[in-house]
Design a protein. Structure first.
Length: 282
């Protein structure tokens, strides 16, 4: 009996420990789910990096001609803003990214529907698109210059190419793996074609659609720099290239910081849209 009692006591202690650990994990999750805590946690690493950057430059550990101080980068931004150039660079780059992202995403969704819902479309399109996906972004630049010259069309087209593939790949794969029981249930209610897609298949892949769009937005910002190397005279990509030619490391860092901030802001906006759509469709 003593062995049984001891075993029962040990089991009770184990359960108590599991419950306390579970409550601790729940408390931790609830803490980090709060918007204020998430914001502060997200700012922690940038603040550490900024402090390390300041210490490295002011202490002489890294020469300032290689890595300017944060104050120098800020001053470079103020100078460009006073001349009215900074906001023009930002506005043009944002416009190009949003246009290319919208065009590439819409085409990507359409092609993904064809490939994901049609066996014939999958057989005909998938091999070619897989080959085109492997082409580096800069490889498109000379071809787009020959076809579209050096205007806005070539730049937006290159960004659209970058946005197309994440949406196409993610959504097409999700449509192929929609639960067949859900599809059969929809067909049993006489749903066909567009009505079946809108009622059953689209709600099932909304999380994948949003994941593809977020990847496409990030890819659009990556392709922006390559796009603005196409004989551009404005934009953050041009600012990077022009600053390199002039040896302005402070402006190079300024452009990198601005690209990071703009990418973060647009991703956060898309995240808000994602939460609204998920509440509606799931």
């Amino acid at each position: 009996m003593s062995d049984i009692a001891e075993a029962a006591a040990l089991e009770g202690s184990r359960r108590a420990l599991e419950q306390s650990a579970g409550s601790g994990r729940s408390a931790g999750r609830s803490l980090w789910n709060r918007p204020g805590a998430r914001l502060l946690g997200g700012l922690l690493l940038p603040v550490v990096i900024l402090a390390a950057w300041q210490i490295a430059t002011t202490s002489g550990l890294v020469p300032t001609y290689r890595l300017p101080t944060p104050a120098s980068v800020f001053t470079a931004g103020v100078e460009l803003a006073e001349r009215g150039q900074l906001w023009t660079h930002i506005a043009i780059s944002v416009q190009r990214v949003l246009l290319g992202f919208a065009i590439g995403s819409l085409i990507g969704l359409a092609v993904a529907a064809i490939v994901g819902l049609s066996r014939l479309g999958d057989v005909l399109l998938s091999p070619t698109l897989a080959a085109l996906r492997a082409v580096p972004s800069l490889a498109w630049v000379p071809l787009l210059i020959l076809w579209m010259q050096i205007g806005e069309e070539s730049k937006v087209t290159l960004i659209a190419i970058g946005a197309f593939f994440p949406v196409y790949t993610t959504v097409a794969d999700a449509l192929r793996h929609v639960d067949p029981h859900l599809v059969e249930a929809g067909r049993s209610f006489s749903l066909r074609g567009w009505s079946l897609f809108r009622t059953v298949q689209l709600p099932a892949v909304v999380p994948s659609v949003m994941s593809g769009l977020r990847l496409a937005l990030a890819q659009s910002w990556l392709f922006l720099v390559a796009a603005e190397l196409i004989a551009s005279s404005m934009g953050l990509g041009f600012l990077l290239d022009d600053s390199q030619n002039n040896g302005r490391v402070d402006r190079i860092l300024l452009a990198i910081v601005l690209l990071a901030l703009l990418g973060t802001i647009t991703n956060a906006i898309l995240g808000l849209i994602e939460r609204r759509l998920l509440k509606r469709w799931t």
